[in-house]
Ligand binder design. Structure first.
Ligand code: ATP
Ligand code: MG
Ligand code: MG
Ligand code: MG
Length: 475
């Protein structure tokens, strides 16, 4: 079953259950300063859950383009390291606004997986929120999942990959306990069931999250019940495609194979299993769709997250030996793969290509010099048996050669090193103070206040959030 069939089967299944098919919203959430990017299907329905917006339907279904880079859900660092994480992915979802609740949500999911998609039930595991006896009993007694494959999980805060059965969109907003469905890819792949110490492996893959939206969390962290209990579910299209196409990794599905082939061609890389090709294939989707939705590479906010992803992709191309712009050439293949499902992508093809080419040309001017400095520092450090790259150096690469911190960290990680990010922050703060002082001095002297570096941008919520996750400055 091709990705496009899996998507349309999902939507028509829920349509047959009385759901209205709703188009994907933009990656840039409208009127929501708490959120950097649309990170799940529920984002466009947030106000409906809160009861402040009415819709002409109480059941909806969608395939939502989502980005998890920056913000509360950030998977940028996972890309290239796990079989299941992307910066950009499509989330298939069904939603109930005060209509059905746990029982139907669970039963619909099971029916779709085992009858429409025909997955063998014995390969499916489920988790429920630790105290949620109701969900547990529906799975055990009504659906008939053996209790050995139903796992109770609490709100396991802090751990990087650890399952967490209390879902929230961001630090504030709608939230609630959830129940997740996992697929066992079999003993050839390393990993353990959810809740076990090996759960961050790729054997048991979380495919679908059923969230029982019950609360709104405010800035103080207080939970208030929503006007009506709701349902919000999300299944990663690429993950269910991997299951249905009998492959272990999302990167082996038809859509990604096409992008990886194109990346291999543009970087003259014969070994299509090369990890950098996966990263490039992932990043072209995020970067293209962000441009479609109006983001352009820049030095702050959403634009800086986009810049980081583009440059990270270029660096992987550079690692494969490419010395001139190549990344924008992948837009054509992306349009071939996804233009039917997203006509807005096809319409924006030329603009996306141009924006990415311009950013590439810019970074190719400095990457070579920057990489020679970084490579020399890495070699020197390894020779001395050190483990931590100098933060001042990372700052210099950032300031002079346009290397985002996470790009330098990515290189360090490939070499089993880390970066002293506290020292990086110190250097960044020092420069910010100097810029500010210089700005004040100029103003005091009655000189013209000029230059982007000294502009005061104001501490809006978004900038602060981005600053937190990117380690970037808010001037
Ligand atoms: P994981 O534990 O694997 O990181 P998650 O618990 O963070 O996933 P949810 O927030 O529950 O994911 O999102 C709902 C679904 O969206 C997941 O069950 C998964 O199928 C899919 N998904 C989540 N993050 C990604 C990602 N970065 N790339 C691809 N699919 C994803
Ligand atoms: Mg996650
Ligand atoms: Mg999870
Ligand atoms: Mg989850």
């Amino acid at each position: 079953m091709k990705v496009s069939d899996i998507r349309s089967k999902f939507l028509s299944f829920f349509e047959s259950k009385g759901h209205t098919i709703v188009r994907s919203s933009s990656l840039v959430p409208g009127n929501d300063p708490t959120l950097l990017f649309t990170n799940s299907g529920m984002v466009q329905f947030k106000d409906v859950f809160l009861g402040t917006e009415q819709r002409p339907y109480t059941r909806a279904t969608s395939a939502q383009r989502s980005v998890r880079a920056g913000g509360k859900h950030n998977d940028l660092e996972n890309v290239g390291y796990t079989a299941r994480h992307h910066t950009f992915f499509e989330m298939l979802g069904n939603f109930s606004f005060g209509d059905y609740f746990k029982r139907d949500a669970i039963k619909f999911a099971w029916e779709l997986l085992t009858t429409v998609y025909q997955l063998p039930p014995e390969k499916l595991w489920v988790t429920v929120y630790a105290e949620d006896d109701e969900a547990h009993d529906i799975w055990a007694k009504e659906v008939g999942v053996p209790v050995e494959r139903i796992i109770r999980i609490g709100d396991n805060k802090g751990a990087r990959y650890a399952s967490d059965n209390f879902w929230q969109m961001a630090d504030t907003g709608p939230c609630g306990p959830c129940s997740e469905i996992f697929y066992d890819h079999g003993p050839d792949v390393w990993g353990g069931p959810p809740g076990s110490p090996e759960e961050d492996g790729d054997r048991y893959i979380e495919i679908w999250n059923l969230v029982f939206m019950q609360f709104n969390r405010d800035e103080q962290g207080t939970l208030t019940p929503l006007p009506k209990p709701c349902v919000d579910t999300g299944m990663g299209l690429e993950r269910i495609a991997a299951v249905l196409q009998h492959v272990h990794s999302n990167y082996e599905i038809d859509l990604f194979q096409a992008l990886i082939h194109a990346a291999g061609r543009e970087t003259a890389t014969a070994d299509l299993a090369n990890n950098s090709l996966k990263v490039i294939a992932d990043h072209i989707r995020a970067c293209s769709f962000l441009v479609v939705d109006g983001v352009i590479p820049g030095n702050e906010g959403r634009g800086y997250v986009l810049r980081r992803i583009v440059r990270r992709a270029i660096r992987h191309g550079y690692k494969l030996g490419v010395r001139k712009p190549f990344f924008h050439k992948l837009v054509a293949e992306l349009v071939a793969q996804m233009g039917d499902a997203y006509p807005e992508l096809r319409e924006a093809q030329q603009r996306v290509t141009d924006v990415l080419r311009a950013e590439e040309e810019r970074f190719f001017e400095t990457i070579e010099h920057g990489m020679s400095i970084l490579d020399a520092a890495v070699a020197d450090l390894k020779q001395k048996g050190g483990k931590v790259l100098d933060g001042e150096l990372a700052f210099k690469l950032h300031d002079t050669y346009g290397f985002p911190l996470d790009l330098t960290q990515d290189v360090a990680r490939e070499n089993e090193l880390s970066v002293d990010d506290a020292a990086f922050d110190t250097a960044m703060n020092r420069q910010r103070e100097q810029a500010r002082a210089a700005g004040k001095f100029k103003m005091a002297a009655g000189l013209e206040y000029a230059g982007a570096k000294t502009t005061f941008h104001g501490y809006d919520t978004l900038d602060l959030e981005v600053a937190k996750v990117t380690g970037l400055y808010v001037d």
